[in-house]
Design a protein around this ligand. Structure first.
Ligand code: MRU
Length: 349
């Protein structure tokens, strides 16, 4: 089953609108950097690797339309686009990883004509896309080794094809690989309040892939763990600090503490583009606070009284001490993560 949330088609960025799934499968086309930036901000596209890939393709839009006759103005337009796209969402480091790759090309003075610059930017955007697609496939196969026959797997948010360049995903990629290997697993998908990525998106992917699964509310997870009904937890990540502290969708930290209490392995599945050695610990990871409407409303209807104050941090940080292993496309990192993550990053240079 091929799910491609982000595509480049005929000079445009095409995104499946994740805000209206699973009710409607709508693909929107974007022709401007600003519209791509708004699509990221408003969650048309979400999930760390998918955001990075979309931003790279957003930068590619600049060279598609630009009529510059020398390299300098084109370079300037590219850097402006990179700045705008970098201001969309602060937590997922894949965004900055992808934009840094684009910035390096944009700043390369040896690309001294518009034609050279255009070719190089298009090639780099394609490479970012392909690298993320390959990484999710490879890490899914590594991660599947950690899933036993008949395992009951809990996951949170959506870390599937929709959250990446497509096809597999990260945490849900591990689940899909285990399922395809015939391990007879059952998935428990947290609904993931307030944006319901679990109920809407993970459930949609699980149904499409025919993977036996149950949808649960976030608050049911602890109960099921305490009754011995969960064997393993696999989640994605938005940024993993050098020491293994992991930012992921709000509620992940709670699961990790419950997993430790109930002696359940807790795995993080993430491509190397999510591992940020420049961020020392989880304390240094910026946590996005989103609009209060996501909390006060459900299904477009107000559920909280007018005037009620709201907090809406979109991510939390799971301390490295609660993480059993981090699954990447080049192998599985075990504690102490400071050493194992640095070694895995060295593999790709
Ligand atoms: O706010 P979102 O939906 O972008 O948050 C997504 C997550 O937290 C995912 O778990 C994470 O990006 C990993 S995606 C492979």
């Amino acid at each position: 089953m091929t799910i491609r949330p982000v595509q480049w088609k005929k000079g445009e960025v095409v995104l499946i609108d994740q805000r209206v799934l699973p009710g409607k499968e709508i693909y929107n086309s974007y022709r401007t950097v600003e519209s791509v930036a708004r699509a990221i901000e408003t969650m048309v596209v979400r999930g760390a690797p998918a955001i990075g890939v979309t931003a790279a393709l957003g930068v590619r839009l600049v060279v598609e339309k630009n009529k510059a006759t020398s390299a300098a103005p084109l370079r300037k337009a590219l850097l402006k686009a990179i700045e705008r796209l970098g201001a969309t969402r602060p937590t997922a480091v894949n965004l900055f990883w992808a934009l840094e790759r684009m910035r390096k090309v944009a700043a390369d003075e040896s690309l001294d004509t518009p034609a050279k610059l255009k070719r190089a930017i298009a090639a780099e955007a394609d490479a970012v896309f392909q690298d993320e697609l390959d990484a999710s496939r490879a890490l899914s196969d590594f991660g599947s080794q950690l899933i036993g026959k008949g395992a009951r797997v809990l996951t949170h948010c959506n870390a599937g094809a929709l959250a990446t360049a497509g096809d597999y995903g990260t945490a849900l990629g591990v689940v899909k690989a285990a399922h395809l290997e015939g391990k007879a697993i059952t998935v428990y998908a947290d609904e993931t309040r307030p944006f319901l990525q679990g109920a809407r998106l993970t459930a949609w992917e699980l149904c499409k892939e025919n993977i036996p699964s149950f949808l649960i509310t976030d608050s049911m997870a602890g109960h099921l763990m305490s009754r011995g009904e969960i064997d393993v937890i696999v989640v994605g990540a938005d940024r993993v600090a050098a020491n293994g502290d992991t930012a992921n969708k709000i509620g992940t930290y709670t699961l990790s503490v419950l997993a430790r209490e109930n002696k359940i392995p807790f795995y993080v599945a993430a491509p190397l583009s999510t591992i940020d050695l420049a961020t020392k610990t989880g304390k240094d990871i910026p946590i996005e606070e989103r609009h209060e409407r996501e909390v006060t409303h459900a299904g477009g209807r107000r559920v909280a009284p007018e005037g009620m104050a709201v907090r809406n941090p979109a991510f939390d940080v799971t301390p490295a001490k609660y993480v059993s292993a981090i699954i990447t496309e080049v192998g599985i990192a075990r504690p102490p993560f400071k050493k194992s993550l640095a070694e895995l990053k060295r593999v790709v240079g």
